[in-house]
Design a binder for this molecule. Sequence first.
Ligand SMILES: Nc1ncnc2c1ncn2[C@@H]1O[C@H](COP(=O)(O)OP(=O)(O)OP(=O)(O)O)[C@@H](O)[C@H]1O
Ligand SMILES: [Mg+2]
Length: 163
Amino acid sequence: MERLSSFEGSRESRKIISRSPTETMDLGRRIGELLPEGTVVSLEGGLGSGKTLLVKGMAPGLGIESDVLSPSFILMEEYKGERPVLHYDLYRLEELGEVERIGLFESVDGRNIVIVEWGDRLPEGALDFDVRIILKVTGDEEREIVIEAPADLLGAVTQDGGL
Ligand SMILES: Nc1ncnc2c1ncn2[C@@H]1O[C@H](COP(=O)(O)OP(=O)(O)OP(=O)(O)O)[C@@H](O)[C@H]1O
Ligand SMILES: [Mg+2]
């Protein structure tokens, strides 16, 4: 599977059911392997829905060798992958000035991969997300995962994963 060089196609959305943490990690890995540089991703869904686990799954596909942490208390973690990967968590965001101070908008530079947990806490239109992933707890070990993304990414993620 080859990393996409850029996105093509209209935006589409697809629903995937994950039946275990491992399935969510596998989905993350496929997404991480494919994302073009410069991609901006929003992860949305309640506490414990699997946002951070999905990022942990994405890490090897993005060339990250260090552990992925949950950046909740500090808002941002930076990892060295093939490209810098910036992982934000806006759960504790109280005012937009905070994301400006931690450099969220500047980090969207067309090269970095930017992943934002609780991206839906930003005001409408504050950031143009290429990919939105919305997770919902539907059982102890079951999560409904809706991916909104350009058609070529969705096609590659679901086809190679046999989904
Ligand atoms: N199918 C599944 N997919 C993902 N996580 C699952 C699944 N089944 C159970 N879990 C559990 O749900 C929890 C998900 O935690 P995770 O930290 O990834 O959530 P989160 O959405 O990042 O939460 P927060 O908003 O607190 O940051 C983990 O403990 C994981 O083991
Ligand atoms: Mg999290």
